[in-house]
Design a protein. Structure first.
Ligand code: ADP
Ligand code: SF4
Length: 692
């Protein structure tokens, strides 16, 4: 018996049977009702890759639950069944079960699109929302109406082909959770006050759903057993446990999480693989029903251990299934080296949070399955035997060489440094980012299986070197460098005094250049680097001030669900965060800052200054090669192409994508564009209102 056989046992979930223990739990995609073909193809890739259950993301059941601009799934009326059915049919083609998660957001949405008044157990302000509107308190008739909408949506999900229908009380964004909250529910009727009353709605939804669809579909519950708020919230040794105990046998499956979403989807910077175990492990002791839980699981040994030790029945995954839709099949065939491990960066989440389709740092095909026809494991074979020289082994060059190698092209990959990885080397040495080196490790491991890919570390290539290779195609992935002069978004010109030796780039800090406190970090980049460099410096030399023109530290990390955690960590480490200020000048022992509104100036003491503002492409080699264009013919050179940061600096995900795209499109005729989906009128067009 193989050590992972336990992961491939079938498990019954009520009236249906999952063919193994790999369960893609509900996760957002930024696509469903707006990009239904793209959504269906993305989920289909996972079913094909071996996930026994593939879930939708949250499906809103009614216009009073409208999260726009978040592009989530809708089940508002019968017309919405068609796009859901597309996804379900795609999943069924590969013998997987389709799960549909229906929900009502209650007081967590402003209903910006539908313009309906938000509903709430108690009325008042919205939850985690700054829109200037209030929700109205639901009366008993509203609760009856809500139950009917929920029931109708469950029936629509079943009719669209669902095998599992979820009742959702996963986070604060769900109405039954809002009713459950002691701190929020102030009702004095049968739905407020005692625990039995506050849990009543959740119980009724489970009973309604079973009554409506339970003969054919399994009924699942997604429930947050702990909110990490201590006594103020749901806890796994308090009411979280009470809920599981009192509803134990009602659903066919327990999907258990830790709220809120930023905790459930914690990045690797803030939690390790499997960190939820202490919170969820009690669940199986209280129910005979199968339990699924997540933990950014990418290690087969840990997965098997979770099942063997009776913690979970199903290995739940959102992000690991995004980074590698074929993870189960790779474990099944013992091809563990081929697993593309999630790095826990949450670029996938950023798609949803910026209202665009999902993308992934590790898996450049994510979200491109339909519109570009990119399969996560299959790629067109080479057209010719042309050799390709890739210069630079950062994320862009590594993925370009890997994907060209997978196509069968002879590839030469030259890297100036002794180690491959480019920016990953420095960045993965920063606090909490060690998993990021997996972007390199996965690709480096693949090279070992590709005799057609030759890797040359410690090989900084000059123009002469490139021409001497006598290859027809050269790809320059030579990266970018941080500017030291402070030019960037808020400073269009260099900052006065930047030439002084105590002004440093992030690369210099990552390389270990000693700093003298007090240190000022000027963050005009707004993603993770300013915050994580501040953390790194604070841990080693104490006195750190982070100056930012934004309102908060690492402002763009709202998209990766990290901003509040970063700000909390920096404050706990004693980092002073100075918002709404830009840098005007660097003096010998201080910096001069200016308020971005009033321009009023202030000084902050500084013995070292770190500029994190803008990057400059390392494109000198490209310009030298184009200058030598007349020598190309003799060298047999036909094309020179820049990709990744050396063309336009961006995220690691952008660089991986650029490398993959070059390889996909190389010598292919139909390159460049992508298929677009367009909105069509519903089949039951509302002629009465349309003509009104
Ligand atoms: P990207 O994110 O676009 O992949 P990186 O900055 O991470 O960019 O990586 C670029 C890599 O290119 C670095 O590892 C760098 O050492 C390497 N490099 C830059 N110029 C040359 C060169 N002339 N020859 C070989 N390698 C180079
Ligand atoms: Fe994992 Fe990052 Fe990919 Fe999301 S984007 S699946 S966190 S590697």
């Amino acid at each position: 018996m193989g050590q992972y056989d336990i992961l491939f046992e079938p498990v019954a979930i009520g009236p249906v049977v999952a063919r193994n223990r790999f369960f893609q739990v509900p996760h957002c995609s930024g696509m469903p009702h707006l990009v239904p073909c793209g959504h269906a193809a993305m989920r289909e890739a996972k079913a094909e890759g071996g996930w026994a259950v593939v879930s939708t993301e949250a499906c809103s059941i009614h216009p009073t639950s409208d999260a726009r601009p978040t592009p989530e799934e809708l089940l508002w009326d019968d017309d919405d069944k068609s796009h859901l059915a597309m996804m379900i049919d795609a999943v069924h083609r590969h013998d997987a079960l389709a799960a549909v998660e229906i929900l009502h957001h209650g007081a967590a949405v402003a209903n910006r699109f539908s313009r309906e008044i938000p509903l709430s157990p108690r009325g008042g302000r919205l939850i985690r929302h700054r829109d200037p509107v209030h929700a109205r308190r639901m009366d008993l008739a509203d609760i009856r109406a809500f139950r009917q909408w929920h029931r109708d949506a469950a029936i629509r999900a079943r009719d669209a082909g669902a095998d599992i229908v979820y009742v959702y009380a996963g986070h604060e964004v769900s109405l039954p959770m809002q009713f459950l909250w002691r701190r929020f529910n102030d009702r004095s009727d049968a739905y407020g006050g005692s625990f039995e009353n506050r849990v009543r709605l959740l119980r009724e939804l489970l009973e309604d759903t079973r009554d409506a669809v339970g003969d054919r579909c399994a009924v699942a519950i997604r429930f947050a057993v702990d909110e990490l708020l201590g006594a103020e919230g749901i806890t796994c040794d308090g009411e979280g446990r009470d809920v599981v105990e009192c509803l134990a046998e009602l659903p066919d499956l327990w999907d258990v999480t830790v709220a809120y979403w930023a905790n459930d989807s914690t990045t690797a910077r803030f939690a390790e693989e499997g960190w939820q175990q202490p919170y969820v492990s009690f669940v199986k002791t209280l129910t005979s029903k199968p339990v699924v839980g997540t933990g950014r699981f990418t290690t087969p040994d840990r997965m098997a251990s979770m099942v063997r030790r009776g913690v979970l029945d199903f290995i739940g995954a959102a992000r690991p299934s995004i980074a590698d839709p074929f993870l189960p099949n790779k474990i099944a065939t013992g091809d563990l080296d081929a697993i593309r491990e999630c790095i826990g960066c949450n670029m996938c989440v950023s798609g949803n949070n910026t209202a665009v389709p999902i993308r992934c740092t590790q898996n450049p095909t994510m979200g491109e399955e339909w519109r570009r026809g990119w399969h996560p494991e299959r790629i067109a074979p080479r057209r010719t035997g042309d050799r390709v020289l890739v210069v630079g082994a950062g994320p862009a060059g590594l993925e370009c060489a890997r994907a060209l190698g997978a196509r069968g092209y002879p590839v030469l990959l030259a890297e100036a440094r002794d180690s491959l990885g480019g920016r990953l080397i420095g960045e993965s040495s920063l606090p909490g980012l060690s998993t990021w080196i997996r972007v390199r490790d996965y690709r480096q491991t693949q090279f070992l299986r590709m005799p057609n890919v030759e890797v040359y570390p410690a090989s900084e290539l000059s123009v002469e070197d490139v021409l001497e290779f006598e290859v027809p195609h050269v790809v320059l992935a030579t990266g970018a460098s941080w500017r030291r002069d402070g030019r960037g978004q808020s400073r269009l010109q260099p900052v006065d005094g930047w030439e002084q030796s105590h002004v440093l780039t992030p690369e210099a800090v990552m390389a270990g250049t000693p700093l003298s406190g007090p240190v000022v970090i000027f963050d005009d980049d707004h993603f993770y680097l300013g915050g994580v460099i501040a953390e790194h410096v604070a841990r080693s030399c104490g006195d750190v001030t982070l100056v930012t023109p934004a309102a908060e530290a690492s402002a763009w990390t709202f998209a990766t669900l990290e901003q509040a955690k970063i700000q909390t960590r920096l404050l706990e480490l004693g980092v002073r965060i100075v918002p709404h200020r830009t840098l005007v000048a660097v003096l010998s022992d201080a910096v001069e800052t200016a308020c971005v509104f009033t321009r009023k100036k202030e000084r902050i003491d500084a013995q070292s200054v770190v500029m994190i503002t803008e990057r400059e492409p390392n494109d000198a080699l490209y310009h030298e090669l184009t200058y030598r264009a007349e020598d190309w013919k003799d060298a047999g050179l036909h094309s020179v192409t820049r990709i990744g940061d050396c063309l336009a600096p961006a995220t690691i995900a952008h660089a991986v994508y650029a490398g993959h795209r070059y390889a996909r499109e190389f010598q292919e005729e139909a390159s460049g564009g992508f298929a677009r989906e367009r909105m069509v009128s519903p089949t039951s067009a509302r002629a009465d209102t349309a003509s009104a």
